[in-house]
Design a protein around this ligand. Structure first.
Ligand SMILES: [Ca+2]
Length: 478
């Protein structure tokens, strides 16, 4: 018996030795992934030609990456846009529209979510800050206890140990630990203090520490770093406000207002969840300018925190073996269409920054102007990392656009929102369909043929266009 056991051990040792040798010979270690998420950042990057907002760190990163100028999210709100990202599927069913979408539906698909998929393929998975809807991953009181949002996804999920008492307080945090009082706290705040006066300074500190620790990690890693700004309240240390001359911040380009009653928009998140409004920003131009100034300051603040993390990343020499993605979960209207908020299917709410960099990529720094979607991120990461892709994933790998910035995708972008609203965006048109009870209540049509910002068109003037766009919408909703 003892002899048999010894023989067995010998055979096992031999097999193990062979595997080690062949792995060393056949491939290098798989790419790590650094995924940086920013909350509610519209396409206000200097690298995208927006000259009144200062984003030097992301602009500098863009010089070595592929910046997608027409990236569209699947849903214009935090939790459900992030659900689409990690589920890799569109929100064609209302179950995927609430902020609780992941918590409510993960039992169907959580076994092959983006982090689980990498974890099952040997990756250490880490989530810091706001990646899914609930920073820290718990859904109960203050998000500091209760059921997990996405069980089994992360080896470690956490928020920094900081002055804010709960993850919920941190997500809407004011200076030095002050929580939001719903309906009462102001829409913006400037505090004369260090970067750690607000939560994102703490997120950057933790990210920097963990990157240092990861240099010792033997397995490949997937590190998701989720910042909170420029999400409301538009808050940042004073010096980020001082970067701007308020007179240089342009007023919103209010090209039109919604024509269809079903698309009326009350800017509810800003007007109801926050207080101390000096007036309606659509009427009070001073307040409108203050809000736009504060959003720009919060954008420069989060840009600086991203820069701190990327500086450490470069210092540690991680670029040779790591894919980096910078992504925002949706855009934000600052007065466009008379809206102050994200919850609409207009261009400014659905378009957000997306940048990807991987080792040895071709033509870094060149822009891709083709239409891409958030659900493309999942298959792009599995493709670049050399992993299979779950068959349910609906996006497409962006390898073509990463290898050739001029590569065109003919795939339109789709998005969904509450009350039966859905939209399709092609190269030339955007159709928004309002179907609250399944019946068609109305359409909105935007024409991008001459104007890259789009011009509202009368759907009755383009019946063939509307019909073909509606067919495309119906195809994905079946
Ligand atoms: Ca968001």
């Amino acid at each position: 018996m003892k002899k048999i056991l010894l023989q067995l051990l010998f055979v096992l040792a031999f097999i193990y030795g062979c595997q080690t040798v062949s792995e060393d010979q056949e491939s290098q270690r798989p790419y790590n992934i650094l995924f940086i998420s920013i909350d509610d950042l519209r396409n206000d990057l200097g690298a995208l030609g927006v000259d009144y907002v200062f984003t030097p760190h992301m602009d500098s990163f863009a010089e070595g990456a592929r910046l997608f100028s027409r990236h569209y999210v699947q849903v214009p709100t935090c939790g459900s846009s992030r659900a689409a990202l990690i589920r890799g599927q569109r929100a064609t069913d209302p179950a995927y529209l609430p902020n609780r979408a992941i918590a409510n539906t993960h039992e169907e698909w959580g076994h092959r979510s983006l982090p689980v998929w990498f974890r099952e393929h040997g990756y250490l998975t880490l989530s810091l800050g706001k990646i899914t809807h609930y920073p820290g991953g718990l859904t109960g009181e203050g998000w500091a206890e209760g059921p997990e949002e996405l069980p089994g996804a992360w080896d470690r999920i956490w928020v920094p140990d900081s002055p804010w008492e709960t993850p919920e307080d941190m997500m809407h945090g004011y200076a030095n630990g002050e929580p939001r009082e719903r309906g009462k706290s102001p829409t913006w705040q400037a505090f004369d203090g260090p970067d750690t006066a607000y939560p994102d300074g703490w997120v950057a500190n933790d990210a920097i520490d963990v990157l240092e620790e990861l240099t010792e990690n033997s397995d490949p890693w997937f590190f998701a770093v989720g910042f909170f700004k420029p999400h409301l309240p538009f808050a940042a240390p004073q010096r980020y406000f001082d970067m701007y001359n308020p007179g240089d911040i342009p007023e919103p380009e209010v090209t039109d207002t919604p024509l269809s009653p079903s698309s009326w928009h009350g800017s509810g998140e800003m007007m109801n969840n926050y207080g101390q409004h000096p007036g309606d920003p659509n009427e009070d131009r001073t307040y409108a300018r203050q809000l736009r100034h504060a959003y720009a300051a919060a954008t420069s603040y989060v840009d600086a925190q991203v820069g701190r993390v990327l500086d450490k990343f470069r210092e540690l020499g991680m670029g040779d073996n790591t894919i980096v993605v910078i992504w925002s979960d949706h855009g934000f209207a600052l007065g466009e269409q008379g809206i102050w908020g994200k919850h609409s299917l207009y261009e400014v709410a659905l378009k957000s920054p997306m940048l990807i960099r991987y080792p040895g990529m071709n033509a870094p720094g060149e822009l891709s102007e083709t239409i891409v979607e958030t659900i493309d991120i999942f298959p792009t990461l599995t493709d670049l990392a050399g992993l299979p892709t779950p068959e349910e994933v609906e996006g497409h790998s962006l390898r073509d656009q990463l290898e050739d910035p001029g590569a065109i995708s003919n795939k339109p972008a789709y998005a969904h929102w509450t009350r039966g609203q859905s939209t399709v965006r092609t190269d030339e048109w955007r159709l928004i369909a309002h179907r609250p009870e399944g019946d068609i209540e109305g359409f909105e049509l935007f024409d991008f043929r001459e104007d890259e910002d789009g011009v509202r068109a009368d759907p009755d003037d383009y019946p063939d266009i509307v019909e073909s766009l509606l067919e495309r919408l119906n195809e994905i909703e079946q």
